[in-house]
Write a protein that binds this ligand. Structure first.
Ligand SMILES: Cc1cc2nc3c(=O)[nH]c(=O)nc-3n(C[C@H](O)[C@H](O)[C@H](O)COP(=O)(O)O)c2cc1C
Length: 375
């Protein structure tokens, strides 16, 4: 079945309108009789954020925005799935077309703008899932696998911080972890929440909510997902605040508003929105390494952006990722990429005579930060 999807995904995504292709993929995953995931090689097992990941390769936020198919994605071989972004109230997002495939560049531009069915609908699904699965002893780690939830504020929210607080309170009992998304470029003003005064207030209130939720539901790690477009001075501030507020981790990062000079699909490159996929890899990996050297091991990082091969996945670990996520490359490479990456990671361990990926994390961070800035 995985091979079937792996082969089918490329032509499916290839000739349909990108957003229709996405809807179709969600429907197919909802109804496909997928067998349970094969057991992962124990050398890929990863302990991070107080959770036991069967493998460190995750589905990035934005594919399963409304938690319709997290278990199907786990069955396809992901070690964890991040659902969302979810907003408190349902909202439609931006008008279509708002999703563009840059075939020549293996890139995607989206300006979806947090289209979300809203918290109630998603909470119902995750609560049903939590009930049917045997929950592990603690830590929100469900028997069916690790599902994190990515949360955002409604576009017209009078108090955006209050939206994040509310969503943590609601979702902590049913999520393995929660990601604070203030890095989408498609909600006007959202990225301004990365500015020090606002960020400190946000994280203070978010961590407070995390502590309150822990009393009832046990610990739920909270992560911050940042933009790859921050200046290094901004990154100093963001990491400093995340460390002082005792955040549990960071995700580096979201899509970029930059348009690398190398882009070949120059017409589509002019579309407004966030760019992801292969053209994002150099910038996202540089920002990951820059974040890693600033965090100094205080918490783990999830490396995201442009992973489209085993080699690219390995480079993320070596730049500082403890876990990785991907999305755009599935559009071009199909679902077979998940197994390809896991096989490549094991081959790398065998080549270097290592027992686990932990030994590789950040090995190249200093070298990456010394390279010329990616253009
Ligand atoms: C169509 C699309 C929708 C996305 N939606 C979200 C989202 O709702 N929340 C979020 O945090 N990131 C979202 N992302 C960003 C991805 O999670 C990821 O950070 C980014 O695409 C870089 O990874 P990639 O190059 O492997 O795609 C979206 C990306 C794409 C392509």
């Amino acid at each position: 079945m995985i091979g079937f999807f792996g082969r089918l995904a490329v032509p499916l995504f290839g000739w349909l309108d990108p957003e229709d292709a996405h809807s179709l993929a969600i429907r197919a995953l909802k109804f496909a009789p997928l067998p349970p995931a094969r057991r992962d090689d124990p050398r890929l097992a990863t302990r991070a954020l107080g959770l036991n990941f069967p493998n460190p390769v995750g589905m990035a936020a934005g594919f399963d925005k409304n938690a319709e198919v997290p278990d199907a994605l786990l069955r396809l071989g992901f070690g964890f799935v991040e659902v969302g972004t979810i907003t408190p109230q349902p909202q439609a997002g931006n008008p279509r077309p708002r999703l563009f495939r840059l075939d020549a560049d293996r890139g995607v531009i989206n300006r979806l703008g947090f289209n979300s069915q809203g918290a109630d609908a998603v909470l119902k699904r995750l609560a049903a899932r939590a009930q049917t699965s045997s929950s592990a002893a603690s830590g929100g780690e469900w028997g069916l696998g690790i599902v994190g939830i990515n949360i955002g504020a409604n576009k017209d929210a009078p108090d955006r911080i209050a939206d994040y607080v509310r969503l943590i309170e609601l979702f902590a009992p049913v999520a393995s972890y929660v990601t604070i998304n203030i890095s989408s470029p498609n909600t006007p003003g959202l990225r301004d929440m990365q500015r020090p005064v606002v960020l400190d207030d946000l994280l203070a209130r978010v961590v407070d909510a995390r502590e309150r939720a822990a009393l009832a539901a046990g610990p739920t790690p909270v992560l911050l997902k940042i933009a790859p477009d921050l200046s290094l001075g901004d990154l100093d501030d963001v990491v400093g605040i995340a460390r002082s507020r005792r955040l549990d981790g960071m995700i580096v990062g979201n899509t970029t508003v930059a348009r690398p000079a190398s882009l070949r699909d120059t017409a589509l490159a002019k579309e407004a929105g966030g760019l992801s996929g292969a053209p994002l890899f150099p910038l996202a990996t540089r920002m990951l390494a820059e974040t890693y050297v600033r965090v100094e091991g205080a918490f783990p990082l999830i490396g995201v952006g442009g992973i489209d091969s085993g080699a690219a996945a390995l480079a993320k670990f070596r730049a500082g990722a403890g876990l990785i996520q991907l999305y755009s490359a599935l559009v071009f490479r199909g679902l077979g990429l998940i197994a390809e990456i896991k096989t490549a990671l094991i081959a790398a361990l065998e080549r270097d005579g290592l027992d686990s990926l932990t030994e590789l994390i950040g090995a190249d961070a200093a070298a990456v930060t010394a390279e010329p800035w990616p253009s």
